[in-house]
Design a protein around this ligand. Structure first.
Ligand code: PRP
Length: 224
């Protein structure tokens, strides 16, 4: 099973404990250089990778199961991935943001000589602006996207917004919401075909844990 580093992992660990497939604390702590860990279930190991790479590991069959955000799934749109369960945690959104002192005028985007957008989501960004008839110029970054408008790389950014504090701390404001995002359980389609009983049993454990977890734990706590 491929799990993402960072905030999604923190949010899902209580749920993972209910599934009986939680990795050990050293996987969470960040102090270990190991990348593969046993879980509570001796038949299942976890690999810990970047959230974008969870989808790639599962699509390629390196991992049979994974958990990642709907943002990553939308970005890659891998046909090899089946997405059966919404874990309803990690709730955030993908939004367009810009400097807070500038007026927001999407109808003017078309009149700009070019619409430059910094993002770690080139696919989602291109598609969003294309629906507005705009051929956006993408500045592809992998983190600290909020620096782009401050340092003149682009006027707009497309990024994840959760609390909004990163935008505020960098003098930016959210101007359009592209999509709402939650964490999903994902499955490699070939694994589902070749080991249907095993995969279905694992999915049942997620569904069962979700029912127990949702009825005993407020969503806010689940989101950490
Ligand atoms: C994400 C995103 C924003 C921040 C938004 O980054 O790219 O920078 O979280 O969260 P907020 O609205 O609660 O401030 P993340 O921390 O996942 O790190 P990254 O930039 O390395 O992707």
């Amino acid at each position: 099973m491929a799990l993402p580093k960072g905030r999604i992992l923190k949010a899902i660990i209580p749920l993972m404990t209910h599934t009986g497939m939680a990795p050990p604390p050293e996987c969470l702590g960040g102090g270990s250089r190991k990348l593969r860990f046993p879980t509570q279930d001796p038949t299942i190991d976890v690999v810990q990778v970047r959230s974008f790479d969870v989808a790639t590991f599962v699509a390629s069959g390196g991992a049979q199961i994974g958990i990642c955000g709907a943002d990553v799934l939308a970005e890659f749109d891998y046909p090899e991935i089946y997405t059966p369960i919404d874990l309803r945690t990690g709730g955030c959104r993908i939004s367009v943001a810009q400097a807070e002192h500038l007026p927001h005028s999407p109808e003017e985007w078309r009149r700009w000589s070019e619409v430059r957008v910094a993002t770690k989501y080139p696919g989602i960004t291109r598609r969003f602006f294309a629906t507005r008839g705009i051929n956006a110029v993408i500045v592809h970054l992998h983190g600290a996207i909020e620096l782009a408008p401050i340092l003149g790389l682009s006027r707009l950014i497309v990024d994840l917004v959760d609390t909004g504090s990163t935008l505020r701390a960098n003098g930016l404001k959210e101007v359009e919401t592209i999509a709402y995002v939650t964490s999903r359980v994902i499955i490699n389609r070939t694994a589902l075909k070749t080991q249907p009983e095993r995969i279905e049993a694992i999915l049942s454990r997620f569904r069962q844990a979700l029912t127990t977890f949702s009825s005993t734990t407020p969503l806010q706590e689940a989101q950490g």
